[in-house]
Design a protein around this ligand. Structure first.
Ligand code: NAP
Length: 280
């Protein structure tokens, strides 16, 4: 039976460590706020924004909420970001994605000062991560590295296959696994023989956005399986990209959905915020 990688427990450990660190910084008068911007009232985004505010409150970081109407123009949003970039007490700026179709996400991401880019999406942050320079790491992939390390999974020398090449998960995941000395294969929708390639993985990271797609035929006996997907199934229950009941018997360790990768993303966002306060 596979070991369950408990993201809920590990994220709580990280948040408790950060709470202590934030209190120590606070005692030295080093504080700062996270500005959280939401445009429109998409219900899923509202849940993510609420969770981020709650995490800030738990750790002891101030959060500033900017809830803007759906019809906010790109110009208005860019102006707000420019103002927040100038405010010394604001140490992190987060714009909840997706944005309404009339606003260019790339332009918005690039408007955030790299020194406040706690999501790690700015091209400068991505570039720094690529060449191993200091900077904010993309939260979900950084959370997966923490999940693996804190669960005692050895990464160096292992073959890691990643399904998905998005800018927020697949690509940064590949870079971070490379940094940890894994041998990395990145696959995508045009990849041929996907099951065969996945069966070579010691560590299989699935970020394809296809509910319950990955079954037993993709998994080598003893592999570590990380499921990044989050979906609601036909019964409105949360599920991932992996058919858990098929993968679990073959895997040596596996992340559940919910309670696996999901809670780690916010924990790493908080880690980036504390890092930003620390860096002043
Ligand atoms: P995305 O932008 O839709 O990217 C999906 C990737 O999977 C693409 O690279 C795509 O290939 C590839 N893909 C799709 N179908 C495939 C197939 N049949 N075979 C092989 N590759 C295939 O998604 P994302 O933003 O990376 O997110 C992936 C999943 O993770 C989603 O379910 C999302 O909700 C979830 N997520 C969770 C968290 C968390 O905190 N737990 C954070 C972010 C995302 P192409 O590039 O060729 O199109």
């Amino acid at each position: 039976m596979a070991k369950l990688i408990d993201g809920k427990k590990i994220s709580q450990q990280i948040k408790d460590e950060l709470k202590e660190k934030a209190a120590a910084l606070n005692a030295q008068g080093r504080t700062g706020a996270l500005a959280v911007i939401q445009v429109g009232a998409d219900p899923a985004s509202s849940v993510y924004v609420r969770n981020k505010k709650n995490a800030c409150a738990y750790i002891g970081i101030e959060s500033l909420a900017y809830e803007l109407p759906e019809e906010t123009t790109e110009e208005e949003l860019l102006k707000l970001i420019a103002e927040l970039n100038e405010k010394t007490e604001v140490k992190g700026i987060l714009v909840q994605l997706p944005l309404p179709a009339h606003i260019c996400e790339d332009k918005v991401i690039q408007a955030i000062s790299p020194s406040k880019d706690v999501d790690g999406f700015h091209p400068q942050s991505v570039g720094a991560m690529t060449i191993g320079e200091p900077g904010f790491l993309s939260c979900t992939p950084a959370g997966i590295i923490q999940l693996l390390k804190r669960s005692g999974v050895e990464i160096a020398g292992k073959h890691c296959v990643i399904i998905g090449r998005s800018n927020i998960v697949g690509k940064p995941m590949a870079l971070l696994m490379l940094r940890e000395n894994a041998t990395v294969t990145v696959t995508h929708s045009k990849t041929r023989n996907l099951p065969e390639i996945c069966r070579q993985a010691d560590i299989l990271i699935v970020a394809m956005g296809k509910p319950r797609f990955i079954g037993a035929e993709y998994i080598k006996e003893g592999a570590v399986v990380v499921d990044v997907g989050i979906h609601r199934d036909e019964n409105n229950k949360l599920c991932g990209d992996v058919k858990f009941e098929e993968a679990e018997p073959a895997a040596s360790a596996i992340t559940p959905v919910p309670g696996g990768v999901g809670p780690m993303t916010i924990a790493m966002l908080m880690s980036n915020c504390v890092q930003s306060i620390e860096e002043g």
